[in-house]
Design a protein around this ligand. Structure first.
Ligand code: NAD
Length: 421
């Protein structure tokens, strides 16, 4: 299995020369070259609900700044949202994302559909020779096999894939990684990170724009269901999908990738060795199925153990902190602080943050990598590791058991049942 440590896509592109897919995989710089120096890259937007408007705005801003982009196509399974996105962007509208992928005007794809569709849509986009900017989580918590397949296909094709964990646009995670590699804290042993907030506006608060909406030519329920269990149409499931385990997972899947990705970068984490998840629906007792309070513990073969904590009932944060054999590193906020390992609260070293950033900076990084074929900040191998921890944490919490990861077979394994008392 590949580690996430190399900086460029390792595929030997010469092996692909001669096939149409190879030309696409070799880089959109080449696509532009083939179309002429003035050519622009067409963006296809898949899933045009709330979040996609941020991506549409980013692309518009980048175009205004002179980036060689154009909005080429939009896709949604609900026609009012499709029409609104088509009108705003001028892109060709498609109800079926596979038709968008077949449109030769589309070179790169932005995905902001519900969680369950990210992995398969990204996989199909990569197979169609597109580079991909996908929202987090890269896979639904039941889709480990799809996640694994995507990671390997991105590698094999040389595609560029960025995941929308915008906190990695903050440079402190890469500054922390460099300090840790230099040995500033000794051997990393223990880390903590959390996502604490108050409110369920992201789940029950999702709007139902039309209470009379029904499946038909303007609403494709089957496409919304995808590979989830078949069910009769339910308007809450369609519009408020974050409340249901078939389509979402609560904070671990919706929010934890944001904070875990910078930590994974800082610690050069690859795949976990074993994971435990505890918690559940401890606060909200309405129809929502997904948990609100979850703690995940992950052990890594490198000898570091990580606590990933959070609740939606209380916004008191924990600092992102890595404890080493020689010192402690705290990062985020204004920069990095190093403290002595004996608990002394006076920092022994402070390093200012080099750059902040948000979703627009993830787009800039993505476009740079589309040209250079380097790995973007939130690349598929980083996310393979992050999402595996999240998925194992969910499966562990729901099943009430610790899980192991087999690095050779790349499989999630149950703990053997052993009588302990
Ligand atoms: N990075 C961030 O800060 C951030 C913020 C918000 C949301 N997100 C992510 O963006 C994604 C979308 O969230 P949202 O709040 O915009 O949800 P949403 O429900 O508002 O939008 C999703 C859209 O996808 C459409 N859709 C459903 N199935 C589809 C399919 N098979 N093909 C194409 N379109 C389909 C829906 O009709 C809807 O318009 C989520 O995965 C979420 O985690 C990320």
């Amino acid at each position: 299995m590949r580690s996430r440590d190399s900086s460029a896509c390792m595929v030997d592109r010469r092996a692909f020369l001669g096939s149409a897919a190879a030309v696409a995989a070799a880089g959109l710089g080449m696509v532009r070259h083939a179309r002429g120096a003035q050519a622009t890259l067409g963006v296809g937007f898949i899933g045009c609900g709330g979040r996609m408007w941020s991506h549409i705005a980013c692309v518009k801003q980048l175009i205004d700044e002179g980036a060689p982009l154009r909005s080429a196509a939009v896709c949604d399974v609900y026609r009012p949202r499709l029409d609104a996105a088509a009108e705003a962007t001028g892109g060709t509208p498609y109800m079926d994302y596979r038709e968008l992928l077949a449109d030769p005007a589309v070179d790169i794809v932005a995905i902001a559909s519900p969680d369950r569709h990210h992995c398969l849509q990204a996989l199909d986009a990569v197979e169609a020779g597109k580079d991909v900017f996908s929202e987090k989580p890269l896979a639904h918590w039941q889709q480990f096999e799809q996640l694994k397949a995507l990671a390997h296909r991105v590698d094999e094709t040389g595609a560029v894939l960025q995941v929308g964990t915008q906190m990695v646009a903050d440079s402190t995670c890469r500054q922390a990684r460099d300090l840790i590699r230099e040995g500033v804290i000794g051997k990393p042993l223990h880390a903590q990170v959390g996502y604490f907030r108050q409110g369920d506006w992201g789940e029950r608060g999702m709007p139902i724009p039309d209470p009379d909406a029904r499946p038909g030519p303007d609403l494709d329920w089957d496409a919304f269901i995808g590979d989830a269990p078949q069910r009769p149409f339910d308007i809450s499931r369609f519009f408020q999908w974050r409340m249901y385990l078939d389509y979402a997972g609560g904070p671990p899947t919706d929010l934890y990738p944001h904070v875990y990705t910078p930590l994974a970068i800082a610690l050069d984490l690859s795949m976990p060795m074993r994971v435990s998840g505890l918690g559940g629906k401890l606060f909200y007792n309405h129809a929502r199925e997904v948990p609100d309070t979850v703690n995940i513990l992950a052990d890594y073969p490198e000898g570091v153990t990580v606590a990933l904590l959070g609740t939606q009932a209380n916004a008191r944060p924990v600092e992102t902190c890595i404890r080493g054999s020689e010192a402690t590193l705290v990062f985020g906020g204004p920069g990095i602080q190093i403290f002595p390992a004996d608990g002394n609260a006076t920092p022994s070293l402070e390093v200012a943050r080099e750059a902040g950033g948000d979703t627009i900076d993830l787009w800039r990084d993505f476009l740079r990598c589309v040209e250079t074929r380097e790995r973007p900040w939130s690349d598929v191998w980083t996310q393979y590791g992050v999402q595996t921890v999240v998925n194992m944490g969910m499966l562990s919490m729901l099943g009430g058991r610790m899980l192991h990861f087999d690095p050779d077979g790349e499989r999630i394994l149950e703990d053997p049942p052993v009588e302990v008392a």
